[in-house]
Design a protein around this ligand. Structure first.
Ligand SMILES: Nc1ncnc2c1ncn2[C@@H]1O[C@H](COP(=O)(O)OP(=O)(O)OP(=O)(O)O)[C@@H](O)[C@H]1O
Length: 127
């Protein structure tokens, strides 16, 4: 609940608390987020194994964040759609598909970036 008497710092701290609660809900209940966390951790292990550069680390972490953000927003849209209209509806289907498309964009970009970073390194090992 928003209490208008609260000061700026108190409001921001409460905002952080809700954000952490949201991350906890996503990480403990959503299989798609759990899978993306796992892939993100796998990418971190790969980063150490292949000793990627500082700029590659920054790009990899940014892309991992992009995927998690897109997946989280997709989950929020799905939950809102299910709450507003639990029954089958063509328009709800399109809304969910579009939200899933956002997560799809992020996933495709992450695969391309992963290939750009790691294919030359893997090719070097086998050359
Ligand atoms: N109420 C609905 N009406 C019409 N189509 C729906 C509805 N619910 C889901 N769909 C269709 O099924 C697809 C999957 O929806 P759903 O909510 O099950 O997402 P999901 O990605 O399988 O969810 P989760 O992240 O829980 O695995 C949607 O993209 C949409 O095409």
């Amino acid at each position: 609940m928003n209490n208008s008497k609260d000061g700026f710092v108190k409001k921001r701290l409460r905002g952080i608390k809700f954000a952490l609660k949201g991350i906890w809900i996503l990480a403990t209940t959503e299989d798609s987020i759990k899978a993306q966390f796992f892939i993100g951790l796998f990418a971190i292990v790969l980063g150490f194994l292949f000793n990627i550069s500082l700029s590659e680390w920054m790009i990899q972490l940014t892309i991992t964040g992009l995927v998690l953000v897109a997946e989280a927003l997709n989950t929020a849209v799905e939950k809102m759609a299910d709450f507003i209209h639990p029954n089958f509806d063509k328009k709800i289907g399109i809304i969910k598909d579009v939200a899933a498309g956002a997560a799809g964009f992020a996933a495709i970009i992450s695969i391309i970036v992963g290939c750009i970073i790691y294919i030359p390194k893997i090719a070097y090992i086998f050359s």
